[in-house]
Design a protein around this ligand. Sequence first.
Ligand code: G3P
Length: 271
Amino acid sequence: MVSPRVKTLYRYASADRFLKGYKYHRRQIVGAMSAIIIRYPIILVNLKTYEEAMGQRAIEFAKIAERVYEKTGITVAVAPQAVDLQAVAESSEAPVFAQHVDPVKPGKGTGHILPEAMAEAGCEGTLISHSERQLPLEVIEATIKRAREADLYTVVCVDTVEKARRVAAFQPDAVAIEPPELIGSGIPVSKAQPDIVRGAVGAVKGVNSKVKVLCGAGITDGEDVTAALELGAEGILVASGVVKARDPYAALLDLARAMQRWKPPVVDVVG
Ligand code: G3P
């Protein structure tokens, strides 16, 4: 038996994970399977604890993400609150991420969030050490390990280039650079602090070229996205620019369209 919908993460250039994610022993199938293709660049919408994005409204944001994916082919994942996660995962094709998990093992862990429980609830990945839920480095390392054991995709948030370098050594799937002072400000990191994005890309790729780099904080429109991609980011983390938008669908579509239009620079290889 396999769970109602098997969301299969097929990550660009990582077939083994696709096979790994396709472990029947943990999932139960009832009815048709469905598969999701995840390619970069990616948009990750963090619903935080915004009232506008809890309960039924969290489901509506996931359906908006799915509509934008269908219109643009750009992968849009959502990170609802833990209590909403299963309902969101069961109501849309959008990949669902946890906002936080704990590096605990099954057993006596009252009040902690078990990675396997999130995976079983339909979660594909997790944010780790978001600026609003920061963790010490050794806990970040332990959480990446536990999340990977539960087959969750890991996106570790950092606030400095040096931290990006340190975290990349723990081999997460992605590192997201977010200067805390710009979060929720509407002032885009890609324009206000381009050096921190460029620096994080260089630092992470210098440690491990497989680790993806996202950026976030203050991103609200397509121009902010284009600027981020030109700095080498492979995706964005966004919250208020979508959750608090008068028309969240239009706001998200504008971000995705910018990714759709963007063409990586052609590198001239001489000799
Ligand atoms: O995790 C994303 C977030 O911290 C960015 O927030 O509201 O500036 O898009 P916001």
